[in-house]
Design a protein around this ligand. Structure first.
Ligand SMILES: [Zn+2]
Length: 239
């Protein structure tokens, strides 16, 4: 009874990502999807793609589609733009992000700041693990009893657990996992990538950021659509 809809995945509860395995989106639309960085400027909702109501086609014969703000995600349902035109504009922004020195510097800074947040906790874990290894060795050699060992490592273990928890919290901050190699692969592969690869790369490139598109006409030109696209904005962090 499942209706085959490119946005079908949207309706699955987000808490069960493993259900996606083996049967991912079939030809997803670049800018649609609940987890998309591309959002409606009016309601902050995500997009879905709809076929032209009277079956109008593009030059190559496939049915025209336009994005609209997805009402089933609680969005406003307004029309955003022609699908191919918005895809082109967002593709260009994405590739520009990966070649623009200022944007790359910002990505590097976000990564460095995040590493700096993690470092003291990692150092603390490693220091306490060394201490624990010392007590383990003493126990192995029979220098101390099990009870003495328990006593010695109890606080260490509790501290390690708590430091790990802090690291796990920090890891919920969305940080782009882009390095030179991945960036190069995305740039050179973008044009020939499959829709699903581009869909994934888009999320990768904009991790931690959102781009808002103001509602408008599905007949707007690319130039007009570009004017309705916001600059990328960092997602406010709660961690
Ligand atoms: Zn909306």
């Amino acid at each position: 009874m499942m209706i085959l809809d490119p946005d079908r995945e949207d309706r699955l509860p987000p808490a069960q990502p493993q259900r996606r395995r083996g049967r991912p989106h079939e030809d997803p639309f670049l800018c649609s999807g609940r987890d998309s960085p591309i959002r409606c400027a009016a309601c902050k909702g995500h997009f879905t793609a709809a076929a032209h109501p009277r079956g109008k086609t593009y030059g190559d014969g496939s049915v025209r589609r336009h994005y609209l703000s997805a009402t089933y995600g609680g969005g406003c349902g307004k029309t955003i733009a022609d699908q191919r035109i918005l895809d082109r504009a967002i593709s260009a922004m994405t590739l520009k992000r990966l070649t623009d020195p200022q944007q790359l510097a910002l990505i590097r800074k976000i990564q460095a700041d995040h590493r700096a947040l993690r470092e003291p906790h990692e150092a603390e874990i490693s220091r306490r693990e060394d201490l624990r290894a010392y007590w383990d060795k003493r126990l192995d050699r029979g220098v101390i009893t099990i009870a003495q060992h328990d006593e010695a490592v109890r606080e260490l273990d509790a501290a390690i657990v708590s430091e790990r928890r802090r690291l796990a919290q920090l890891d919920t901050i969305p940080v782009p996992d882009l390095d030179d190699k991945i960036i190069g692969q995305i740039i050179t592969g973008w044009a020939s990538a499959s829709p699903i690869e581009r869909y994934r790369d888009l999320r990768r490139v904009w991790r931690g950021f959102q781009i808002f598109v103001a509602p408008g006409s599905s007949t707007d030109s690319e130039e007009e659509v570009r004017r309705r696209i916001s600059r990328p904005r960092p997602i406010p962090s709660s961690a």
